[in-house]
Design a protein around this ligand. Structure first.
Ligand SMILES: *[C@@H]1O[C@H](CO)[C@@H](O)[C@H](O)[C@H]1NC(C)=O
Ligand SMILES: *[C@@H]1O[C@H](CO)[C@@H](O)[C@H](O)[C@H]1NC(C)=O
Length: 397
């Protein structure tokens, strides 16, 4: 009986010990759970706070955004209104300018030197006949520029300065990129020029450098200024690819003919009336000089002082023996024709136009008049622009 009791006792004791042990475990777990619950509570509280703060932030940023949006739309409305007003002012200015009487300096022609400065002996009979014809066509030509008809911006190619023009006797277009170089570029037509992307066209390499924007093309001949120890005008046959004549120019210095385009010492224009040269003479000469040259022999036939100042001039073009000088300011604003000179003294001041070109990109590097189309090929800060002109008959006095 005794061993049975002992066994029973120890079983009871063991049961008792296990119970104690479980109790302790349970207590421990309960404490842990309570602690975790506490933590969770804290986290929850924090999360709620964050949430509230985020909501607050959101509300505030929305308010700020709305404020900004309002300010922005108010500003843009203001800007639009200002632009509209500016536009109106511009248009009014155009109107006033176009109605203002011209301050032309079309005065008595100063015939400084008459007839043949160089190589007088060489003049052949047939050339004299040519000159007779040319001379009469100057007087026959009775057109005067009255206003700007339209403006067309074609494209932007090449550097900020350059020249583009069309041979009035063919459809060919020539591009002179920059202010000097030994290469020019040719297109078959304005259409080809338009569709050629950034390409400058078919290159033509000359035997010497052209310099400045004083270039002209007429009937397949290129006329350009070659700058060396002396200034030369070169006549180049574009079909044969050779120089046909060279002449020294009557310039004593590298003074620019147009003060706003210092690279251009002399400017050339050629049309049915002949070859015209606009130049500075020398540094102290305040006015633009004009010379008429024989387009074949390059002999100078006559020289005038145009009385048009070089200061602030940008470019000039010649229509029917009348020089139109375009002026601007050093910080390019709006170009305007402000001085007119008629070699035949026929244009009276009241007739002479004074008009502004529309606001542009930069400043005109060149203005090349095409008598055939009555439009100017202009190069404005790398943009190629066409200005179509309105002309009227001169009042013959
Ligand atoms: C700002 O305003 C424009 C209309 O003026 C509206 O379409 C847009 O939804 C607004 N944006 C905000 C962020 O309020
Ligand atoms: C035009 O000339 C400028 C330098 O004067 C050069 O950088 C540019 O590449 C030329 N443009 C083209 C299309 O050749």
């Amino acid at each position: 009986m005794k061993p049975v009791f002992i066994l029973l006792f120890s079983a009871t004791w063991m049961q008792c010990g296990a119970q104690l042990y479980y109790q302790a475990l349970m207590d421990y777990l309960e404490n842990r759970l309570l602690a975790i619950e506490d933590h969770m509570h804290v986290w929850q509280e924090q999360a709620r706070q964050y949430h509230v703060e985020l909501q607050h932030l959101h509300k505030q940023s929305k308010k700020t955004m709305e404020g900004l949006n309002k300010t922005h739309s108010a500003l843009s409305t203001d800007a639009e209104a200002a632009a509209v007003r500016m536009d109106r002012v511009e248009r009014n200015m155009d109107l006033v300018e176009s109605q203002m009487s011209p301050r032309a300096c079309a005065k008595q022609a100063d015939r400084v030197i008459e007839q043949g400065v160089w190589s007088q002996e060489e003049s052949r009979e047939d050339e004299e006949e040519d000159w007779q014809e040319l001379s009469s066509s100057v007087t026959d030509c009775v057109e005067i520029v009255s206003s700007l008809r339209s403006v067309k911006i074609l494209k932007r190619v090449g550097s900020s300065k350059g020249v583009w023009l069309r041979d009035p006797r063919s459809s060919k277009v020539y591009v002179f990129n920059g202010t000097m170089g030994d290469t020019i570029y040719q297109f078959k037509s304005v259409k080809e020029f338009l569709s050629s992307g950034v390409s400058l066209g078919h290159p033509i390499k000359l035997q010497s450098d052209w310099s400045g924007a004083g270039v002209a093309v007429y009937n397949g001949f290129l006329y350009y200024i070659q700058q060396g120890e002396d200034m030369h005008v070169v006549r180049y046959d574009l079909l044969l690819g050779e120089v046909t004549d060279v002449a020294i120019l009557p310039v004593q210095s590298l003074a620019a003919v147009y003060s706003l385009n210092p690279e251009t010492v002399a400017d050339l224009t050629v049309d049915d009336q002949g070859l015209w040269l606009l130049y500075a003479g020398d540094e102290d000469e305040p006015n633009i000089n004009l010379a008429k040259m024989d387009p074949v022999s390059l002999d100078i036939e006559q020289i005038w002082d145009t009385r048009c100042p070089r200061e602030n001039s940008e470019a000039a073009f010649i229509v029917c023996g009348v020089v139109y000088v375009v002026y601007n300011t050093r910080l390019a604003s709006r170009s305007r024709i402000q001085c007119v000179f008629d070699v035949n003294d026929k244009v009276v001041s009241e007739e002479a136009p004074l008009f502004y070109f529309p606001r542009r990109y930069g400043s005109h590097a060149s203005l090349k008049y095409n008598p055939d189309e009555k439009q100017i090929y202009s190069w404005d800060d790398g943009y190629q622009i066409l200005y179509r002109l309105k002309t009227k008959r001169k009042l013959l006095v």
